[in-house]
Design a protein around this ligand. Structure first.
Ligand SMILES: [Zn+2]
Length: 334
């Protein structure tokens, strides 16, 4: 597998150097999984201020449908014709239909009784119970809706990550229609062949520039072409379906990696992220994998990191070189 990149240089007369000949470099990189481009900009990174959790809590409206006193009164129950339980629960996690779904099977899994948890409060047990709860829901989807093959467990953590409720929760979907991500990936799979995922892992391991570890069930790498500021990918070594996450050792391995990545994100003074764990039921070429990206705003104006490039050109940009992120993350990995 070859990683495709184009180096670009913009030339101009540089005001910072007496209007002498100058310029700036950037790089266009193609994601080997989706075939989509990302851009790496070589700009100085502005130091982020300490996150102000108190300010965030002050904006909270006060009423929360996910808090224990409201959750069973206010959240919907699953359709008994399709599901074996009205709501799924596992540890403190509770899964119920999303009242504002994006698809025919959209559910929310509330992770804790606590209304607000910082990243450092999100223990491996909380995350593992949440994922297990989502898995119970997905097992029932497979049983009664075999056409809903595009299944994913997703996380918008805190408002910069797109969450409208502070109470920590996952979003789980199962659809008969592919998202653009699935479409892009399936196109690459058809063009490249069955060994796309294993070749990516082998190539990254060989290069070592972005490779974190090859564990028992998953390999961990920093994406060559990130979807966000940086993008950590965990790729399973074999095809499996969500119910395999009922096996404690598989679940624990992925959860422990997720926890390390989000702790790293918090150490960078970033307090939001997006995560997706992708499955495609019945397509043994589509290897389950997870992607996790930090989400932040840019000081001093809290500028949204998504501008016209990602919004309208569908081209993510980052000022963090994936290889430098990998170097830093390696220091806390295992
Ligand atoms: Zn709450």
């Amino acid at each position: 597998m070859k990683f495709e990149r184009v180096l670009k240089r913009a030339t101009f007369l540089d005001p910072l150097n007496g209007f002498q000949d100058g310029g700036r470099d950037c790089e266009v990189r193609k994601d080997p999984l989706t075939g989509r481009n990302s851009r790496i900009l070589f700009f100085p990174i502005r130091e982020l201020p300490q996150p102000d959790y108190e300010q965030l809590k002050k904006k909270d409206p006060g009423f929360c449908p996910f808090c224990p006193e409201n959750i069973t009164k206010i959240t919907p129950k699953f359709n008994p014709a399709l599901f074996t339980q009205e709501r799924y629960s596992y540890g403190d996690a509770i899964c119920f239909p999303n009242a504002f779904p994006y698809d025919e099977n959209g559910a929310v899994t509330v992770l804790s009784k606590d209304h607000f948890l910082r990243i450092s409060d999100l223990t491996e047990k909380i995350i593992a119970d949440g994922i297990s709860c989502c898995v119970d829901f997905l097992i029932d989807v497979k049983r009664n809706q075999p056409e809903a093959i595009y299944q994913s467990i997703n996380w918008n953590y805190l408002p910069n990550g797109g969450s409208s409720i502070l109470h920590p929760h996952l979003q789980v979907t199962a659809s008969s229609v592919a998202t653009n991500y699935y479409n892009d990936l399936c196109r690459t799979l058809n063009e490249y062949g069955d060994t796309l995922f294993s070749d990516l892992v082998d190539t990254e391991e060989g290069l070592g520039e972005r490779f974190l570890s090859r564990d028992r069930y998953f390999s961990w790498i920093i994406a060559f072409a990130p979807q966000g500021m940086f993008d950590v990918i965990a790729i399973s070594h074999a095809y499996f379906e969500p119910e395999s996450l009922k096996k404690e050792e598989i679940l624990n391995e992925i959860v422990s990696g997720i926890k390390r990545v989000i702790d790293f994100i918090e150490s960078k003074k970033v307090i939001s992220y997006n995560m997706s764990l992708f499955f495609m039921i019945g397509n043994r070429k589509f290897i389950p994998h997870m992607r996790l990206c930090p989400r932040t705003t840019i000081p001093p104006l809290d500028t949204c990191e998504i501008n016209y490039m990602k919004m309208l050109h569908n081209e993510p940009m980052s000022t963090m070189k994936p290889e430098s992120v990998a170097e830093e993350l390696k220091k806390i990995w295992w």
